[in-house]
Design a protein around this ligand. Structure first.
Ligand SMILES: [Zn+2]
Length: 287
């Protein structure tokens, strides 16, 4: 029998009446038998929304990136079904270790935990894994992790959806420096969890660029962020609006939906990956 309070879909097929319930997208909310159904329904496509725990100015929750990326991924999975992995926040955030509440796992743990997580997802049928990044500090880690998937043979494909550009034409932004807990992120949190935005505290600390390091543009050093934004705050949260948050969040959700559809349709990546692994065993035979 179908349970109450679920969407009932009646499908008449070959004189058999099927009663199909709407499956949750959350991995942890599925029963084990329903998990099998969910993997079939998603064509083995699973999302791994990747957040972080770090200070977000004086006014936003430590879990801002985690809350936002899960809001976006779960809304996308409503539109195009995919299984969504539980809370994951074990990423690169060494630059905020001087601030309260930051969880900065060592670099080898980040890589090993992520590898074991995707391996375990794949062992459970997630043959197409989209890591949806919600944290700017992961923008080097995640493409690097994807590159390392060619190190040894895998029967699954890792895709990374990095920072998504906001679609043009939305509400005009008021601030130019807006990299962390500023106008954009504060606006998005107003969409995700307005009750956790403490707008009255947004000006208690400065999010101004302190410009304490002077190096050529292409010369990288890790302390650049601390040099510019020691409060781990970049921009002005007080400039946030609900309209900007809605525009940005909807643009992000749309990009995730498009990625899920593209990944479901993609039969080429795994085929080429398999061909590559075979050839990599005999490089001297490669023409
Ligand atoms: Zn953030």
């Amino acid at each position: 029998m179908c349970r109450l309070l679920v969407v009932l879909t009646l499908v008449f097929s070959s004189r058999v009446l099927w009663c199909q319930t709407k499956l949750p997208a959350h991995w942890e909310e599925l029963t084990a038998p329903d998990f099998v159904q969910a993997i079939h329904q998603s064509d083995g496509t699973c999302l791994l929304p990747f957040g972080i725990l770090e200070k977000h100015g004086p006014h936003l929750p430590i879990g801002t990136d985690l809350l936002d990326v899960r809001h976006a991924a779960l809304n996308a999975a409503e539109q195009e079904y995919a299984v969504v992995f539980p809370e994951y926040y074990f990423g690169q955030i060494f630059e905020a270790r001087h601030q309260p509440g930051t969880l900065a796992y060592s670099s080898h743990i980040q890589m090993e935990l992520l590898q074991e997580t995707t391996d375990e997802m794949a062992r459970n049928g997630c043959k197409k894994i989209i890591i949806v990044n919600g944290h700017g500090g992961n923008e080097n880690l995640l493409p690097y992790f994807a590159q390392t998937q060619l190190e040894k043979e895998h029967d699954y494909v890792v895709y990374v959806l990095g920072r998504v550009e906001t679609p043009p034409g939305g509400p005009k932004k008021k601030t130019s420096i807006d990299m962390h807990a500023g106008e954009s992120e504060t606006s998005m949190m107003m969409m995700t969890r307005a009750d956790l935005v403490h707008m009255d505290r947004a000006n208690q600390q400065s999010g101004a660029d302190q410009a304490r390091l002077h190096l050529p543009e292409n010369l990288y050093t890790a302390i650049w962020w601390y040099a510019r934004f020691p409060n781990h705050y970049s921009g002005e949260g007080a400039a946030a609006t609900h309209e900007l948050g809605e525009w940005k969040m909807n643009g992000w959700i749309k990009a995730i939906v498009e990625s899920i559809r593209a990944v479901k349709a993609d039969q080429t990546s795994l085929q080429l990956q398999n061909e590559f692994f075979q050839k990599a065993k005999h490089p001297l035979d490669t023409k």
